[in-house]
Design a protein around this ligand. Structure first.
Ligand SMILES: Cc1cc2nc3c(=O)[nH]c(=O)nc-3n(C[C@H](O)[C@H](O)[C@H](O)COP(=O)(O)OP(=O)(O)OC[C@H]3O[C@@H](n4cnc5c(N)ncnc54)[C@H](O)[C@@H]3O)c2cc1C
Length: 487
């Protein structure tokens, strides 16, 4: 049953599981656990629809590259699935087998651990099970294979599962119910309760045997950083791993291309092969090429651009004309990417003294690109340009920042936030263990892309759902064993 916590303070005394956050991860987990027969409460801070009073709680400052954290997250039931685009690409064996460069390890679990949940995740995301992941073009040399992906309708979790959230036995869903603190008991190493608040600052403790945070990668880390009892208990250090290793996927403006005469003008999508990654010691990446329209304006347009560039220098308005001269016109081919970023301790959330409207500490995000990331971008750009011409497809003009790493890069993030409570074998290298349990606690778990040890160049939502199904299976097993032991 879905209840409005603003007017219905009807939490039970004790649940088996308390899940915070009603996005794809939280909704998937709640329905699975309740389906196994456990009592579950799902706490969602927002309403049924967008509201400014909820969304404004996502405000945070930034000291590095702009990662647009306010614009790229939605704080209401269904979470960011209310405006996701639905592109799904599975993780590969190599994502789990090959560690990132540097001193941080990769995933501490086998690929098979997530792969076995793929069919169920595909069903949840309304992907056709029998068609495999499709390609829209062929490979390019041994360096780039055709990218494989499927498009979800896209699944809007709150709408698709509205009835299940209302009717599933054992499940209570509260909207307008904000988690504002985690109460850690140092003597038992357990979370005793989460503190919830409505929008009139009325607070109450929600009690459960197990707690799972599913509030997205930024808020999952923020919840841990905000909890004074976790900090006092030594579980969380505010300058330690929690919040660090924030990763995105990089949409780099690679440059432009001109299609060779007679080539198919349809968009293409390539993906780096494992051989490419091994040879160049780089990250992975998708490269997409598309003509802005089928109007061929190469030739005359180039003349116009050259004329404007020269004129602008002559009369001293270069910066204004530069905008026009470099503007992509119909007929230009544009190259965009989704490139892997490696985990880097300096890309991190920091906890601030400043409070939000519900009294929670705010965070600052410092998002950086490392030299290793610039190497990945440069290598993919240069090799792609070479392969493109060798395959007889066309000619590529790379942007300066791609091949000259001393120049600024034109780039935007993909709204894929990852890595802030990374999974590792030991607390030396991460925040959660192989079962997504926070190191140093006995009953606190993380669901979502905050646990990604590396992010590859695959869209995160399907792997989030796969990992969530794995977590549900683990929690069910844990609880069943505990019940059996006590009976
Ligand atoms: C424009 C856009 C396009 C995208 N396209 C794609 C795509 O094509 N493919 C892909 O794989 N991914 C895509 N994504 C990313 C995708 O939306 C996320 O990976 C996914 O939504 C993450 O799910 P989640 O459940 O972990 O977190 P979220 O969806 O962020 O859900 C978190 C939930 O927690 C709630 N919450 C937060 N704080 C609290 C609190 N204190 N108390 C209670 N509740 C709280 C929020 O209200 C929200 O409901 C896109 C994102 C954007 C912005």
């Amino acid at each position: 049953m879905i209840k409005d916590y603003q007017s219905q303070k009807e939490l039970r005394d004790l649940y088996d599981f308390c899940i915070v956050g009603g996005g794809p991860a939280g909704i998937t987990l709640a329905l699975r656990l309740a389906g196994y027969g456990w009592s579950v409460v799902l706490l969602e801070g927002g309403e049924h629809n967008y509201s400014q009073r909820s969304q404004s709680l996502y405000k945070c400052s930034s000291s590095g590259l702009n990662v647009y954290l306010e614009e790229t997250r939605l704080r209401f039931l269904g979470g960011t699935s209310n405006h996701w685009a639905g592109r799904c690409r599975p993780f590969q064996q190599s994502d789990f087998a090959v560690p990132p460069p540097g001193d941080l390890p990769g995933w501490p679990i086998e690929f098979s651990e997530i792969e076995r949940h793929l069919p169920a995740a595909m069903a949840i995301l309304d992907l056709p099970l029998d068609s495999g992941f499709k390609t829209i073009n062929g490979a390019m040399d041994s360096e780039f294979e055709a990218d494989r992906f499927l498009l979800s309708p896209p699944t809007r979790f709150a709408q698709k599962y509205a009835r299940d959230l209302e009717e599933t036995e054992g499940l209570d869903v509260f909207i307008n119910c904000n988690c504002v603190d985690l109460e850690f008991d140092n003597t038992t190493s357990r979370i005793a309760a989460v503190v919830v608040s409505d929008y009139d600052l009325r607070r109450e403790r929600a009690r459960a045997k197990h707690f799972i945070l599913a509030t997205g990668a930024v808020e999952n880390a923020r919840q841990l950083l905000n909890s004074e009892s976790l900090v006092a208990g030594g579980v969380v250090s505010r300058d330690g791993f929690v919040g660090s290793c924030f990763m995105e996927h990089l949409n780099v403006e690679m440059g432009t291309f001109i299609l060779m005469e007679g080539q198919d003008p349809e968009p293409r999508q390539y993906f780096t092969t494992d051989a490419f990654v091994m040879e160049h010691k780089s990250g992975k990446g998708n490269v997409s090429t598309a003509l802005l329209s089928e109007v061929k304006s190469y030739g005359r347009m180039a003349e116009v651009k050259t004329f404007l560039e020269t004129l602008s220098c002559d009369i001293g308005i270069a910066h204004k004309i530069d905008y026009i001269a470099k503007f992509n016109c119909p007929g230009d081919g544009v190259i965009t990417t989704m490139i892997e970023q490696f985990p880097n301790r300096k890309s991190r959330l920091s906890f601030l003294e400043e409070r939000d409207g519900l009294g929670m500490g705010k965070v600052n995000i410092n998002w950086e690109l490392s030299l290793q990331d610039r190497h990945t971008i440069k290598t993919i750009g240069m090799e792609m340009a070479k392969c493109f011409v060798e395959a007889g497809l066309g000619y590529v003009k790379l942007s300066e920042g791609v091949y000259d790493v001393s120049q600024p890069l034109k780039m935007t993030p993909h709204a894929h936030h990852m890595g802030t409570t990374r999974m590792a074998s030991t607390p030396e290298f991460g925040v959660v263990d192989q079962n997504c349990k926070v190191f140093g606690t006995d009953n606190l778990y993380m669901a979502g892309s905050s646990v990604f040890a590396t992010g590859g160049a695959s869209n995160p939502t399907m792997p989030i759902v796969q990992l969530t199904l794995r977590l549900a299976e683990h929690l069910n097993h844990q609880m069943s064993s505990a019940v059996a032991a006590n009976s």
